[in-house]
Design a protein around this ligand. Structure first.
Ligand code: ZN
Ligand code: ZN
Length: 419
């Protein structure tokens, strides 16, 4: 932990270390395990929580650890078909799976206890939403969550139950009028989008690698929601190899105007870190600094345009020992309003453990050494942000941004051209 831990972070909005933040965790999340050769290893969660703990983030004033309960069938069935839940239960008891429900395919192999493991994740993200909505905490972090591909009637892309959709539905059922969902995972947030496709109360915004080069092949700018909810599904399909600057440009060009106009009661964000340059599945060029900057931007806008209720989850991320623990520790620090210098050396005991498990040298610092780039992006201050917000050059990233604005902004009464 750096010497400025616990100090107010920056000057943005009303955010401060005086906010209370729930960190939702239970070791039961580690039972969500498709086996030793599957990319979604529970080790990424173990190493992240260990790193956060060893850096002292869980011991700060105002930070409370919450242990959730697994979701019961009633809660899961708010977003999933009962026949699908039954199929997951059968697979969970050792059954062969059900390909029509996506169970037993390469991406979603069956394992004993998969129903319970997925129910824990739903319980965790719903607990995070409850804690924020009921006023116990300002923000909540649920790094075990973010299974954004799960569909109402089938598993998709490593995701059995859609914890995000369950949390959003719980919020709507308990008085929230409008919920905004922001997804910066490298993959399109297709499951969450599908579940609220025709619901004007939920604004889903997904920035992702274009479906032309990456699973699930969807998430095009003209996919804008159903007839009762036009403009409430928002997709920005970025070209492969987009780095920190391009991602941040897209976020700035799409999110703040929509958040201001939609004025959500609560924001749920998904911080899959598979846009990192070392991720084996995505083809993007982001750094830990860039991913943290996206979270910092979202944090600032939540204070600027909403009433400060924020649920932040994890998501994808398959660079298990290198990128995931560092990216999510850094993102969590942002939610906690703690400034942690990206040059901070990582604890020796944590690095030794990583080296022992992986056989490779562990990363030495929290960030990737992109500090100068971070400065030019305004990550360490306000400079650069204005340039980003008004960036409208029609290079491939600029064209992706413009297509999204053209498709969606008129439905919100917003100008499509950036000023
Ligand atoms: Zn805050
Ligand atoms: Zn992903």
């Amino acid at each position: 932990m750096t010497s400025n831990a616990g100090a107010p972070h920056g000057s943005a909005g009303t955010r401060s270390r005086h906010e209370s933040v729930a960190v939702v965790w239970d070791d039961a999340f580690l039972t969500y395990n498709f086996g030793p050769t599957h990319p979604l290893s529970p080790l990424r969660m173990r190493l992240t929580m260990d790193l956060m703990e060893q850096m002292g983030l869980l011991d700060l004033d105002g930070v409370q650890r919450i242990t959730p309960k697994p979701a019961d069938d009633e809660l899961i069935s708010t977003v999933h078909d009962p026949h699908y839940i039954e199929a997951v239960r059968e697979a969970s008891l050792g059954g062969p799976g059900s390909p029509p429900h996506g169970l037993g395919l390469d991406d979603n192999p069956c394992f004993r206890g998969m129903h319970e493991a997925a129910a824990w994740v739903v319980g965790g993200t719903v607990a995070a939403a409850q804690s924020v909505w009921q006023g116990h905490h300002d923000h909540a972090v649920m790094l075990g969550g973010g299974l954004h591909h799960a569909m109402p009637d089938r598993a998709e892309g490593f995701c059995i139950y859609n914890d995000l959709a369950a949390a959003i539905t719980w919020l709507l059922d308990n008085g929230a009028q409008r919920v905004a969902y922001i997804d910066v995972d490298v993959h399109h947030g297709d499951g969450v989008e599908r579940m609220f496709w025709n619901d004007p109360r939920v604004l889903t915004i997904s920035l992702h690698e274009s479906g032309a080069t990456l699973f699930p092949g969807t998430g095009w700018p003209d996919d804008i929601g159903g007839p009762d909810a036009l403009g409430t599904a928002v997709n920005c399909a970025l070209p492969a190899e987009t780095g920190d600057h391009g991602w941040r440009r897209a976020l700035h060009a799409v999110v703040p105007e929509l958040l201001r106009s939609f004025a959500p009661d609560v924001v749920v964000s998904q911080h899959g870190c598979d846009g990192h340059r070392s991720d084996p599945l995505g083809h993007m060029e982001m750094t830990v600094e860039g991913q943290t900057a996206l979270a910092a931007d979202i944090h600032r806008w939540i204070h600027e345009f909403t009433i400060n209720r924020w649920v932040a989850t994890g998501g994808g991320g398959y660079s298990i020992a290198d990128a995931v623990p560092r990216a999510w520790t850094s993102v969590a620090a942002e939610v906690l309003s703690v400034a942690v210098d990206p040059r901070t050396p990582l604890p020796t005991s944590w690095r030794d453990k990583v080296a022992q498990i992986t056989g490779d040298p562990a990363p030495a610092t929290l960030g990737d050494g992109a500090v100068e780039a971070a400065d030019s992006l305004g990550i360490n201050g306000a400079e650069g942000v204005g340039e980003l917000a008004s960036s409208h050059v029609l290079d491939p990233v600029g064209m992706a941004i413009q297509a999204t604005r053209d498709a969606v902004f008129p439905h919100h009464g917003l100008a499509t051209r950036q000023t």
